[in-house]
Ligand binder design. Structure first.
Ligand code: PLP
Length: 375
């Protein structure tokens, strides 16, 4: 008998998937990397020491399966119980778990529930481009609803009038503050949106430490609201992959059933725990990054860029002159890497991560050189 062809062994759904495209991580000497919203400042020396100290014979053992110590420490920080918290291998893992826990694949939903909303993963557009990828992997139904043209959040009456928004969607994912726009949403407007929803709402607060407000209280107020946080961006720990959800114990327990038993590696748990022991170090860095952000916003505006207000560690900006995609290349020629998205709502913009002050200076210098065509 002939051996099976690999292609025939793969589910048709998987064949048709488009994988998520992460920002580039090129290894070019002297490159200034402002494309993936990483923190320009290293983890605290205490975190590096704690992580190093955890590298010994214990690597042979499985880590704590529920990240118990970390959940207890986070519960203290947020004024809730450890049963309100689940830790993930990055918040991306938890977003995937939410899709698998709260939505039916479309085919199952049609057969068993008889209403489409049970398979719906809803999100605003533009927002985090991973959401539709996660929904597609699960065979759920994606439902993107546009933000206002200036990327602010439509009100509940506007969403009702628009008739596009599904208030019964099984899962709604809201990036707040938003990416890639950088816009912050007030807790009051998020509260009104959550109160109107009948399915699970995840407020993805990956960038909230750079914002004026956070909506954590909504996860403890509404039983159907989860807050997603990550140690990656604000806490300089992308490499370690640690994120968490806060919410109602029954939702958390359901997610807990779906996750892998040892989903968070031991060094990640140690690093995150040490991070929570040195929060003043990180708060200083938030202030520095916000200072650099506001300076860069003023200076780019002075150079003719249209810059959206930002509550994050990046700026979305429409450059003057040549198309944004060409700016991407011209900056790259000068060893500065920023991010450009092809989606039509944002393809006239560049997303620029806030780096150190020296990196901001280098960016401004490159921009001036490009504007003066000194290529
Ligand atoms: C970076 C990012 C995440 C993922 O963070 P990890 O914890 O590193 O997986 C989630 N949501 C948004 C909006 C992000 O930008």
């Amino acid at each position: 008998m002939a051996a099976p062809k690999p292609k025939q062994l793969i589910r048709p759904l998987v064949h048709s998937l488009h994988a998520y495209v992460p920002g580039e991580q090129p290894k070019i000497r002297g490159l200034i990397k402002l494309n993936t919203n990483e923190n320009p400042y290293p983890p605290s020396p205490k975190v590096l020491a704690a992580t190093r100290a955890a590298v010994d014979g214990r690597l042979r053992l499985y880590p704590n399966p529920t990240a118990q110590a970390l959940r207890e420490r986070l519960a203290q920080l947020h004024g809730c119980g450890p049963e309100n918290i689940i830790i993930g291998n990055g918040s991306d893992e938890l977003l995937a778990l939410a899709v698998r826990t709260f939505t039916e694949p479309a085919a199952t939903a049609r057969a068993t529930i008889g209403r489409a909303s049970g398979s719906t993963v809803q999100y605003f557009h533009p927002s985090y481009s991973l959401y539709p990828v996660l929904a597609d992997i699960h065979g759920a139904t994606t439902h993107a609803v546009p933000l206002r043209p200036d990327f602010t959040l439509p009100t509940v009456p506007e969403l009702k009038r628009g008739k596009q928004w599904d208030f019964r969607a099984a899962l709604t994912l809201v990036t707040t503050p938003n990416a890639p726009s950088g816009r912050g949403y007030s807790t009051a407007e998020l509260d009104a949106l959550c109160a109107a929803m009948r399915g699970v709402v995840v407020l993805d607060e990956a960038y909230v430490d750079f914002a004026a407000e956070n909506a954590l209280a909504l996860a403890l107020k509404h039983p159907h609201v989860l807050i997603s946080r990550t140690f990656s961006k604000a806490y300089s720990l992308c490499f370690q992959r640690v994120g968490y959800f806060v919410g109602h114990p029954e939702l958390i327990a359901a997610l807990d059933k779906v996750r892998d038993s040892y989903n968070v590696n031991g060094l990640g748990q140690a690093a995150a725990l040490a991070t929570l022991g040195d929060l003043p170090y990180y708060r200083r860095n938030f202030r520095r990054i916000i200072g650099t952000r506001e300076r860069l916003r003023r200076e780019l505006t002075g150079l003719g860029f249209e810059v959206l207000p930002s509550q994050t560690n990046f700026l979305l900006t429409k450059p003057p002159g040549p198309p944004a995609k060409e700016w991407l290349q011209r900056l790259r020629d000068r060893k500065i890497l920023v991010r450009w998205f092809s989606a039509s709502e944002v393809n006239a913009f560049l997303r620029i991560t806030i780096g150190s002050d020296a990196e901001a200076d280098a960016l401004l210098k490159a921009v001036q050189a490009i504007l003066h065509r000194r290529r």
